[in-house]
Write a protein that binds this ligand. Structure first.
Ligand code: G6P
Length: 617
């Protein structure tokens, strides 16, 4: 969590840093701050709230001059979100200024030591401790900033991406990384450099970026060079400059009111991009190179363990149904946070699939490391190219959904399911667990999915109308069976995340073991009742809700007549194979939560307390 951005060069740093922070707000938005340095004077402004609040403050009381600057948008860990705890933090002398994304776990013992040496602290943060620790080392050892950072970080326990500068050296910024991401944008002729938690803040200035690896730091010298070093042994690293593929259009709203709505509507394109070059129905081929290159590992695996968090965990649950049915291999789906701490039984014959949109989720990353240490082969399904998880896995596949900026995940979910379905189909063919006729049928049906998603999106206005009726609800129940049970969980998560209405997802049949007690005429129940999935049983569940006066919003297959007569509202989706139906049934649930949240005046793209990239455990 938290976003960092910085600039050193010949331009005004202010607009670059502010625009960068706006693009990084998905990482946290409890507070924001910027410091600018013009060679004489530091101009620092920080505030509780969003970047828009910071801008107001800047307008009224701070100069915007400086060709060097660093900025921060915060998701609070140590210390409540207030002005004082906001970053950047300065050292006691006022000479060092630092921003930090991560957690310094041993900050308290360092703090006590520094207090013993006469330091005092204004904030409750671990970051203020770190900047003073670096200063103390610099003074005691009479070394330059880079060396002091290195010595300090070798004594720090935790995770960090930092950017720090010294007012005595206005041509240099030091950055370092362990566990949290950091990218360095390299300007033309090395005249300028950009720093950011991801490349989006500098995409319009340069296409060349260096991604630091864990345990690396960089000394960035204006108009000269970037020196990358290992923090532990000071050796120089030959850092690769990568060419960025991202487009500006992908990170802007393009006329949509919110990123979430844009991303919901992007799903036909995103799913098509996930297929591209991989799904060839005419030839009867599925080709995913990460899978092909490791086919033996997959075919010899005795068990698949899926680890993930949040929405990605729900995609994992859908994959469990698909892999067990298509490939006939046992699958377990684990919350990464539980898996990593519960001493799980993992052997070399296990294959672990880690799913993560951001590729930065701390718990998922730790689960991968644990699985690897026990000899399991780890395969990653990530969206963000070059992310920590993508690099940590033994092999993997990208979803190619494009940047997802709305905090509530939408297109990441459907593209994760898409790629996992392709993998299961390919493996089913290789293992002989699916007939060739079924295999070909699935390939063709997969290819039709983007057009069918497009059709579901035509229900947008109808879903908006339904949303209006339930915007004042305080609770909501989501029910589904089989492949659509995880969709019910995901629908409930979407609603609670962005509208703050309490919602629960349940397997439809489990309703009678508890949630049915909650049903009365004020309780909306969203039921996924597609024609191929245990339809009659779900219809019975709907009857049970109706007899207790619950309000039914049903997602049904086109042409359904039975549920139409019982439900209060129906949303029709095109027919498809049951195993592929989550790709369609999810869409109206995304729209429903979106419209309810908008009508409740909630901040859809930046819901309270949440962040898109959870780099703390
Ligand atoms: C956060 C986000 C969710 C996401 C989860 C896992 O909670 O708000 O949208 O599903 O993290 O993130 P990942 O990037 O690993 O998929």
């Amino acid at each position: 969590m938290c976003g960092i951005t910085g600039y050193i060069g010949y331009r005004d740093a202010f607009p670059i840093i502010i625009n960068g922070l706006k693009r990084l707000e998905y990482r946290g938005y409890d507070s924001a701050g910027v410091v600018l340095y013009d060679g004489n004077q530091i101009n620092l402004s920080k505030t509780k709230g969003k970047v828009s609040d910071l801008l107001k403050k800047f307008d009224s009381d701070t100069s915007k001059v400086g060709n060097l600057g660093i900025g921060h948008t915060r998701w609070a860990t140590h210390g409540e979100p207030n002005d004082i705890n906001s970053h950047p933090h300065t050292s006691q002398s006022g000479n060092l200024v630092l921003v930090h994304n991560g957690i310094i776990e041993n900050y308290n013992s360092i703090k006590q030591e520094l207090i013993g040496r006469g330091y005092s602290f204004q904030s409750d943060t671990d970051t203020e401790v770190l900047v003073n620790f670096i200063e103390e080392i610099k003074i005691q050892n009479n070394v330059k900033l880079g060396k002091a950072v290195q010595i300090a970080l070798n004594q720090v326990v935790g995770a960090y991406a930092i950017a720090v500068f010294d007012i005595d050296k206005p041509d240099e910024i030091i950055v370092a990384k362990l566990g949290s991401p950091i990218a360095i944008g390299v300007g033309k002729d090395l005249e300028e450099f950009f720093i950011a938690s991801d490349a989006s803040p500098f995409i319009e200035y340069t296409r060349n970026a260096i991604y630091l690896e864990d345990g690396e730091m960089a000394i960035i010298k204006k108009r000269r060079e970037v020196i990358v070093k290992k923090i532990d042994d000071d050796t120089n690293v030959d850092a690769k400059v990568q060419e960025l593929q991202m487009n500006l259009g992908e990170i802007e709203k393009n006329g949509y009111e919110h990123f979430m709505l844009k991303e919901i509507h992007e799903q036909p394109r995103a799913i098509t991009d996930t297929f591209r070059g991989r799904l060839l129905p005419e030839e009867g081929i599925i080709k995913i190179s990460g899978l092909e290159n490791n086919m033996k590992r997959f075919l010899n695996a005795e068990r698949i363990i899926i680890v993930a968090c949040g929405t990605s965990w729900h995609a994992g649950l859908v994959a469990e149904y698909i892999f067990e049915e298509f490939v006939r291999i046992p699958v377990e789906v684990e919350y990464a946070s539980e898996f990593r701490y519960r001493n799980p039984i993992i052997t070399e014959r296990d294959l672990v699939i880690a799913i993560s949109q951001s590729g930065e989720t701390a718990d998922t990353l730790a689960a991968i490391k644990l699985a690897k240490s026990k000899g399991a082969f780890v395969f990653g399904v990530c969206n963000v190219v070059g992310s920590s998880i993508a690099r940590e896995n033994d092999s993997g596949v990208y979803t190619h959904a494009g940047p997802e900026i709305g905090v509530a995940s939408t297109k990441a979910f459907t593209t994760q399911i898409t790629v996992l379905t392709l993998m299961a189909l390919r493996l089913a063919r290789a293992k002989g667990t699916m007939t060739s006729a079924d295999y070909r049928m699935y390939l063709q049906e997969m290819e039709r999915i983007p057009a069918k998603v497009e059709k579901v999106l035509e229900m947008d206005a109808k879903v908006e109308e339904i949303a209006r009726k339930y915007l004042l609800s305080t609770n909501c129940l989501y029910l589904g069976r089989g492949y659509n049970f995880p969709v019910a969980l995901e629908g409930a998560l979407k609603l609670k995340e962005i509208s703050y209405i309490h919602a629960e997802g349940y397997p439809a049949a489990e309703m009678k073991h508890g949630p049915i007690a909650l049903i009365d005429d004020r309780m909306p129940v969203v039921v996924i009742a597609t024609s191929r999935g245990h339809y009659d049983k779900v219809v019975s569940n709907i009857q049970e809700i109706k007899s207790r006066s619950g309000k039914i919003i049903a997602v049904v297959t086109e042409g359904d007549t039975v549920v139409r007569d019982i439900a209060d509202h129906v949303i029709e989706i095109p027919d498809t194979e049951e195993a592929l139906s989550p790709l369609l049934t999810t869409i109206p649930l995304q729209l429903l939560s979106y419209y309810i949240a908008v009508m409740r005046n909630c901040n859809v793209d930046q819901p309270r307390n949440l962040a898109k990239s959870v780099t703390v455990e």
